[in-house]
Design a protein around this ligand. Structure first.
Ligand code: ZN
Length: 349
């Protein structure tokens, strides 16, 4: 669909990689006609979406901007991707098994020993876990959007995490915004009725289910005025299954005030903020001031923590008129947010 507005002659290659526990993931390597003049950058998507989320039907996507700027662009489909078989993932599993294997594969394929990363939402939290646990030492520059080590959510979302998620887990292992289009089970039908009764912000059933699933807002993950009609329609196909195992971990992290591990892997600390980060990477944290999935104070808290570790090294940038995903798929993101992301990767911001 994006080709209608974005007819750029790219060559794409899907490169499988095997995560540390044998789960099959992949990387999409996007190449333009231009030979890269800079090193590799990996883009890491959030929960219940896929790598394609970075390529909304807008004139210039973040992928276009990175390629135009000379970067070698890799999109990681980690185990939360809807292009992979549904599975009960945790942030721990992604941190230990997926991201280190993805980075290793990029290093192997490119010959570069350093990789930069643009990470978003649960791609960001899980990748941060890898980074601060010292599992991705090849990554020296990380641009992280929405949330990193300190998840702060609106009060109503906290109630949903603490009350609704345990109740939902009695009847289902997954939530799925596709239920807005097709509700195959009684649970799906019940959720659909609830969303229809409570969300009147637009006529897009998936858009409304996404707000119900991930936040507190109408909508929760973008401002309608920031996305074009094609993107609003396109996003119907970009959200699907997300396991309650993720929400259960996030509920515990929100209660704690920062990320904690839940699976007991020896590679990860129990509390990610209880010791200095085991990385010399520079972090540039970004957030939309109007984010109703994770509040911008999430990023402020992590920035303050990083500042305590290494003063005047990291950066924080808040986009005043943006929410959560419109930072990447907004119709004016190429003008408003991409220059910050490119500058952060280049080291000029
Ligand atoms: Zn909508």
């Amino acid at each position: 669909m994006s080709s209608a507005v974005n007819p750029r002659p790219y060559v794409e290659e899907t490169i499988p990689f095997t995560a540390g526990d044998g789960f099959e993931c992949n990387l999409i390597h996007v190449k333009s006609e231009k030979t890269p003049t800079r090193g590799p950058v990996v883009l890491v998507h959030g929960a219940g979406v896929r790598a394609n989320l970075f390529r909304a039907p807008v004139k210039t996507t973040i992928v276009d901007a990175l390629l135009d700027h000379g970067y070698d662009v890799w999109l990681e489909n980690w185990r939360a991707s809807i292009d992979l078989p549904p599975n009960e993932w945790t942030l721990d599993k992604a941190a230990v098994y997926d991201h280190p294997a993805a980075i290793k594969k990029i290093v192997e394929k490119t010959g570069f020993d350093e990789v930069k990363a643009v990470i978003h939402c649960q791609g960001s939290t899980s990748f941060m876990m890898s980074a601060v646990a010292g599992l991705v030492p090849q990554v020296k520059t990380i641009v992280a959007n929405a949330v990193t080590l300190h998840p702060v959510v609106p009060r109503f979302s906290e109630t949903k995490l603490n009350v609704a998620v345990p109740l939902m887990s009695l009847v289902t292992d997954y939530l799925n915004p596709q239920w807005g289009l097709h509700a195959p089970t009684l649970t799906a039908k019940a959720v659909n009725l609830l969303v229809k009764a409570t969300h009147h912000e637009c006529k897009n059933a998936v858009c409304k289910q996404v707000s119900f699933t991930y936040g507190t807002g109408f909508p929760a993950l973008w401002l309608h005025e920031n996305i074009n009609n094609d993107t609003h329609e396109w996003l119907k196909q970009e959200f699907a299954s997300v396991p309650l195992t993720f929400f259960k971990q996030m509920a515990r992290c929100v209660r704690k005030g920062n990320l904690i591990s839940v699976d007991g892997y020896k590679e990860l600390p129990a509390d990610f903020c209880a010791q200095p980060p085991q990385t010399d990477a520079r972090f540039v944290l970004t957030a939309g001031a109007k984010n109703l999935c994770f509040l911008p104070s999430s990023q402020v808290k992590t920035f303050d923590w990083l500042e305590q570790q290494h003063k005047d090294f990291h950066k924080l940038h808040i986009f005043p008129t943006y929410g959560h995903l419109d930072v990447f798929m907004g119709k004016n993101a190429a003008r408003d947010t991409f220059p910050v992301i490119l500058g952060a990767l280049d080291g000029t911001i």
